[in-house]
Design a protein around this ligand. Structure first.
Ligand code: IMP
Length: 426
């Protein structure tokens, strides 16, 4: 049976939470495949706003089973906090509904301490990480010194692994970064408690997912972050340490590619970025402020003001390329209301040449000047539109131009934060 992947087509924060939430209504299983609590997904249901960092957005539908896949790095303290908050609001987060891969890597307190210390030591060239310990946890995974969630089930062996790890990390923390050492005993004791609570949630989630697909269940693979933050395909080194692209979904969930029938790229109708790194269409003017204020462009996880700019179709085409996107979900179209004219970057000027490709080298990207195409804007409130035909002609033309530039259709168009404020196109 089919699996749909929802992939961020920009630098994260594309509105994947809302799109995933809507598609979750027709799914049996929703699975996060990468990243950790650096992600922040906002889902608005009536008067309730849910901000989720680790738990997949599908948790709000009682019949959906949610999975935290093996490609994730999980801070169990934050996961349990989020589960408790959901439970307090009447959401069932029992092991019947929420599974954690025993292959997922754990974020430990030394990862968080090292993330902060490394950022501080980078000074002016800081990456602007979320300081959740993501990079150091993935670095340990790649160095084969990480600790996986399943290991919590053997407390004695786990305590020994923590002791050995903390010994090395304390050297780094104290000698290189001048920080206080951490206590391995305290960490082991803290994680022993987490293990007791998470024990029943731990599972071989790849086996679970493949079995669910064999039974004809509908799977939604929920992306976090975005293509341009991908460790390999993003604006390295200004990236996260995981693989938000479609390949990451397959590895992170332990699935073969034959299951994927739709690869949906989510993009805002404009561009945003949090953290450092080049951003060719960035605006430092009233239009940029309009996008921040009208679009509420403040990070869900860190509260940081997001950088904003015009839609970058060069980057969008690149996202279509590296993910094989079959379609787009275009979000926040309503935020552009009142801006006139609108602009879309259709190419870059770099070193005296016109480029229509997205460069691998961030230094080249930093030299790129956008080549803009102008389109007329609209004044009408579009937040009540439920069909494409109800949009003003200018808004329809804007969407159509994005489809032409990306080479794939926009099958979902979001005109407001509510579930209902969405245009579905066949
Ligand atoms: P890290 O993932 O905390 O290591 O941060 C690395 C970069 O990715 C920083 O620029 C972050 O702002 C960015 N980032 C990480 N997670 C997200 C997200 O969910 N949305 C947007 N940006 C993110």
């Amino acid at each position: 049976m089919p699996a749909i992947a929802v992939i961020g087509a920009q630098w994260g924060d594309e509105g994947k939470g809302k799109i995933t939430d809507m598609l979750a209504a027709e799914s049996d299983v929703v699975a996060r495949y990468g990243g950790g609590d650096n992600a922040g997904h906002t889902v608005v249901v009536g008067n309730d706003t849910f901000k989720l960092h680790l738990v997949p957005s599908g948790i709000l539908y009682p019949r959906v089973v949610c999975v935290l896949g093996g490609g994730m790095v999980v801070n169990p303290r934050r996961l349990l906090q989020e589960m408790d908050e959901l439970a307090a609001r009447g959401v069932d987060v029992s092991a019947r509904r929420l599974l954690l891969s025993n292959r997922a890597h754990l974020i430990l307190p030394y990862h968080i301490a090292l993330d902060g210390a490394a950022e501080r030591s980078r000074g002016q060239s800081a990456l602007g990480t979320t300081k959740r310990g993501i990079g150091p946890a993935y670095a340990d995974k790649a160095a084969r010194s990480g600790i996986r969630a399943g290991e919590m089930l053997d407390p004695a062996a786990f305590a020994e692994r923590v002791r050995a790890a903390v010994l090395t990390k304390n050297e780094l923390l104290t000698r290189v970064y001048g920080q206080e050492p951490l206590s391995p005993e305290e960490i082991a004791a803290e994680y022993r408690e987490y293990a007791l609570r998470l024990r029943s949630h731990l599972a071989d989630t790849s086996a679970f997912l493949v079995e669910a697909l064999r039974e004809g269940k509908q799977l939604l693979c929920e992306g976090a972050q975005g293509t341009l933050l991908d460790l390999d395909h993003g604006t390295y080194p200004y990236v996260t340490s995981s693989y938000p692209t479609v390949g990451g979904a397959l590895i992170g969930l332990g699935l073969g590619p034959q299951h994927l029938t739709r690869i949906l790229g989510v993009t805002k109708a404009y561009q945003t970025r949090v953290g450092a790194g080049p951003f060719p269409t960035e605006l430092h003017d009233d239009t940029g402020d309009h996008l921040v204020e009208v679009g509420h462009e403040y990070g869900t996880t860190t509260g940081r003001r997001r950088r904003t700019g015009w839609l970058d179709a060069v980057a969008l085409r690149y996202a279509v390329q590296v993910n094989g996107l079959s379609e787009l979900a275009l979000t926040k179209l309503d935020v552009l209301t009142g801006l006139n004219p609108l602009r879309i970057a259709v190419a870059y000027m770099c070193d005296g040449e016109t480029w229509d490709h997205f460069p691998a080298d961030v230094r080249a990207l930093a030299r790129c000047q956008p080549v803009y195409e102008e389109l007329p804007g609209w004044e009408e409130d579009i937040s009540g539109a439920r069909t494409f035909e109800e949009l003003p002609q200018e808004a329809r033309d804007y969407v159509t131009r994005i489809e032409e530039l990306a080479g794939v259709p926009a099958t979902l168009i979001s005109v407001g934060p509510e579930r209902e404020q969405t245009i579905h196109r066949p």
